[in-house]
Design a binder for this molecule. Structure first.
Ligand code: NAP
Length: 497
């Protein structure tokens, strides 16, 4: 498909308003409730993209039992064979990249270029993680006895509940499903209510790649009706959750009661500290890119710029220049660089924080207006906002907004910058811009965050562990070797001969 506005809109015209089902034990099944709910397009709220099952606990039970049954055989499939299926899945994602990007862009609202980037990222992660199926190393240890060997191996934990948010509906489920399968686990996946459409395609492709019946199951519906019973199901042995800190904490409490493992990827309030630079425009470009990709609805978005006082004016002016070049518009317009927010609630939340910022005495330098003229009034469009004169105790400096709002805080010294950077409850990603190696190193050591970037924005890579500390994460980081901690149990054996 060639991506012009017309091809996208005629594709959408053809594909919209269909009814979809859950995927359980290799079959498409309506919810036992008989109910569906509509999902609408963030760029044009009156377009109903599709109707998805409004599932209940009974649907969850069917899916978990299917996954439990399938675990008995899937866990016995040799690692190299599991890897081969996952590599085939990566090829299929590649073949269907444009279609997946269209669906993703239609339901999430991110511009097509970003949607393609997300699918590309999912392909890279799949190719990388598929290989983990053949790298599940154990260890042997020297024994106390000459006729006994002592060994440690890793066994899959069983059925994993995967629960995802709406901001990266292709990469997030794949970041959970692919490692689960690589390590020999089976999965019941609940997508966010806002973005279940991409999951339908992901299930189709997994099945086409040769994933056996029951190994991956999809149950869509609300957090309380699907997510809760899924987390509490006695046959679920691990919960991999990405979403808000509030929901993640509650799920963790539930899982803890059954001593079930969790892998939680949660919120962020990510700082970019600016000390010095050769070219202010390079720094501004990195910051603006990382702040407003996905309309600021990224857990790793930069939302606080912490800059030395003497650099503030020059940096703010360069950031404004970069922001003025952004073009808010429908995700399918090639000229748009920022799409709409995912829904009206998210728009309201963002506008509320903009009001709070002004009420608290910060200066709204730029943006923050809702676009309501003509076609734009049919979607959830807001111009990215920049605040200056922000102080560390203000709500806009402390709370995760999850929208296109960037705050600039001025500080006197590196020590102050570090203190402000750490003075939030989150600890996901952080950037520092400086050519002073010693300060960069001190920052990398002392900043309380899971991921640190020196001289670039908060963008991660497809083969490097991903996660946060403090209120931003709990349990094993995702991507790469760290997944082994979550998806496997340790088995120790003593062998006498
Ligand atoms: P959310 O409200 O926490 O929802 C995340 C998922 O949990 C959704 O599938 C949701 O279902 C489900 N859920 C809600 N209540 C539940 C319950 N009681 N039991 C079980 N599941 C439940 O988060 P969101 O608004 O979708 O996403 C935004 C948040 O995700 C932000 O805080 C962002 O920082 C975080 N995030 C973190 C990362 C990371 O890697 N650290 C990545 C992306 C996003 P419904 O959709 O049906 O409500």
């Amino acid at each position: 498909m060639e991506a012009t506005t017309n091809t996208f809109l005629s594709w959408l015209e053809k594909e919209q308003n269909k009814t979809y089902e859950n995927f359980i034990n290799g079959e498409w099944k309506s919810s036992l409730s008989g109910e569906t709910y509509p999902v609408s397009c963030p760029g044009k709220n009156n377009i109903v993209l599709g109707h998805f099952p409004y599932s209940t606990e009974e649907d969850v039970n069917l899916a978990v039992e299917a996954a439990h049954q399938a675990f008995q055989s899937w866990s016995q499939v040799p690692g190299p064979d599991r890897a081969a299926i996952l590599l085939k899945f990566a090829d299929l994602l590649q073949d269907h990249l444009e279609e997946l990007a269209f669906i993703l862009s239609a339901e999430q609202g991110k511009v097509l270029a970003e949607a393609r980037g997300e699918v590309g990222r999912a392909i890279k992660e799949t190719r990388n993680v598929a290989g983990d199926a053949i790298r599940i190393e154990g260890t042997t240890l020297p024994s106390e006895k000459s006729n006994v060997t002592a060994a440690v191996k890793h066994q899959p934990i069983g059925v994993v509940a995967a629960i995802a948010p709406w901001n990266f509906p292709v990469v997030t489920p794949i970041r959970k499903i692919v490692p689960a399968l690589a390590y020999g686990c089976t999965v019941v996946y609940k997508p966010a209510s806002e973005t279940p459409w991409t999951s339908i395609k992901i299930m189709e492709l997994l099945y086409k790649a040769g994933v056996p019946n029951g190994v991956v199951n999809l149950v869509s519906g609300s957090g309380s009706k699907v997510g809760n019973p899924l987390t509490n199901h006695p046959l679920v042995k691990g919960v991999s959750f990405t979403g808000s800190t509030g929901v993640g904490t509650r799920l963790n409490e539930m899982a803890a009661r059954r001593l079930v493992k969790t892998q939680l990827e949660l919120g962020g309030k990510n700082p970019a500290v600016v000390l010095d630079y050769e070219d202010v425009n390079v720094v501004a470009k990195e910051i603006v890119g990382a702040a407003f990709a996905c309309s600021g609805q990224r857990c790793t978005s930069i939302s606080r710029v912490i800059v030395l006082k003497e650099k503030a004016e020059e940096l703010v002016s360069a950031i404004k220049e970069q922001m003025n070049a952004l073009k808010v518009g429908p995700s399918w317009e090639p000229t748009s660089t920022i799409g709409p927010l995912v829904n009206k609630d998210q728009l309201e939340t963002t506008l509320n924080y903009i009001k709070i910022g002004k009420d608290e005495g910060a200066t709204l330098e730029l943006g923050g207006e809702v676009l309501s003229e003509g076609e734009m009034g049919e979607g959830n469009y807001v111009v990215p906002a920049l605040f200056t004169n922000v102080t560390p105790e203000m709500k806009i400096a402390k709370e995760e907004i999850f929208g296109p709002v960037l705050s600039v805080l001025e500080v006197e010294s590196f020590e102050d910058a570090l203190e402000v950077a750490n003075d939030v409850e989150y600890g996901l990603a952080a950037s520092i811009f400086t050519n002073n190696l010693s300060l960069a190193n001190r920052f990398v050591e002392a900043v309380e965050s899971g991921m640190v970037h020196v001289n670039h924005g908060t963008a991660s890579q497809a083969h490097v562990p991903f996660g946060g500390v403090k209120q931003s994460g709990y349990g094993a980081y995702s991507i790469g070797k760290t997944n082994k901690e979550f998806y496997t149990n340790v088995k120790v054996s003593y062998f006498q001969y």
